[in-house]
Design a protein around this ligand. Sequence first.
Ligand code: FCB
Length: 454
Amino acid sequence: MPADTDSSFPADFIWGAATASYQIEGAAHADGRGESVWDRFSATPGKVRGGDTGEVACDFYHRYRDDVKLMRELGLDAFRFSISWPRVFPDGRGRVNTAGLDFYDRLVDALLAQGIEPFPTLFHWDSPQAFEEEGGWRSRSTAEAFVEYAEAVAARLGDRVRFWTTHNEPWVYAWIGHSAGKHAPGHTSETEAVAVAHHLLLSHGWAVQAIRRAAPDAQVGIVLDLHHNYPHSGSPEDEAAAWQVDGEGNRWFLDPIFRGTYPADLLERNAIVAPFVQDGDLEAIAAPLDFLGVNNYSRFLVSAGSDGPQFVRNPEGQYTEMDWEVYPDGLYQVLVRVAKDYAPPAIYVTENGAAFGDVRVHDGAVHDPERTAYLETYIDAVGRAIADGAPVKGYFVWSLFDNFEWGYGYSKRFGIVYIDYPTLERVPKDSFYWYRDLIASRSGAPRPSPVATT
Ligand code: FCB
């Protein structure tokens, strides 16, 4: 890493790794867990590559104690995970499944015992299937149910969890799940996507209040997937196209959260959302936050086409296994722009990482120099953003483990720990050791010593 950005990271900067419940936990039927939309979607033939499902995944549900030890070896300051709503409320609302909450209680204690800050997300897409018959997130009542769920979880864990995230990437859940049909629940309606996004935002605002009631000292935020949109040329048409994409993906969430308005330039989108917006909704959505979580992997290069904005491939670019361009400056631009235009009190990079075609070679190791290079250049971009005034307080690698990559099943490996799926053996990749050394070289404050886990 270039020496000039080294000093940008304060001693109390949080070095983390991220995961999500459906992607790692497995144990889909254990201890009274209810069905999620992802169980239903992945069991539907043709929806997920290879017919893969999250039934077993990394079996984190049963192996978390050893996995927490691995996190300790890595030197993590914080672990980002999500809570599975149908583990806590198998029917979505009403009856609490205590055994489900107990799992997260044990996980939080195990993390804290190793000096690792728990950084939970309440909703990372595994919505209770029970709601779908009543309209799922297209319906406002799901937003109301989310508040009951947030309250129950915060009441149980709020004495130990300091950082709370309501939603993960509402754009993806709304548009990829309800307009593109490539994620659960697999619908293809723009109107539905707009309604879902509004109800996600609304439930976020309400849940912020609910979490603060249960845990008054909590730091509360939301995680958005943000891209910097580069016009393909300096033409006014390409610039307008890039601005439109920025509106649809970034400002559609940033503006209501930080300004209490939907972006006025998106006329069609505003006409679609209007019937779903009730008095007081935008005030609720704009509840003050303690931090913004930013997920970023790539950038968009945008040109104007006859049918609207087009995404252009960079002929000189390097692309990952996801076909996402490696472009660290895109993360730098997102961070400084968000800081300037929206002034969140703090920013965490809650996901960043890359999928490559990792293999375990004859020496038993996994050599992933492309991932290490990717992480190095993106972390350098974070350092530059901090030096230029962005209040970035932490960084989380996506992901700690190879895991269930949604519609791609297990075919894409993002982990810094390789999972040998037939045996579920954990094999730290070279990038794991690189990240461990980076964290060790920067940990300013002495780490709390581990205590016996309960
Ligand atoms: C993000 C998701 C995360 C993971 C990464 C690769 O959009 O939040 O669950 O799938 O992409």
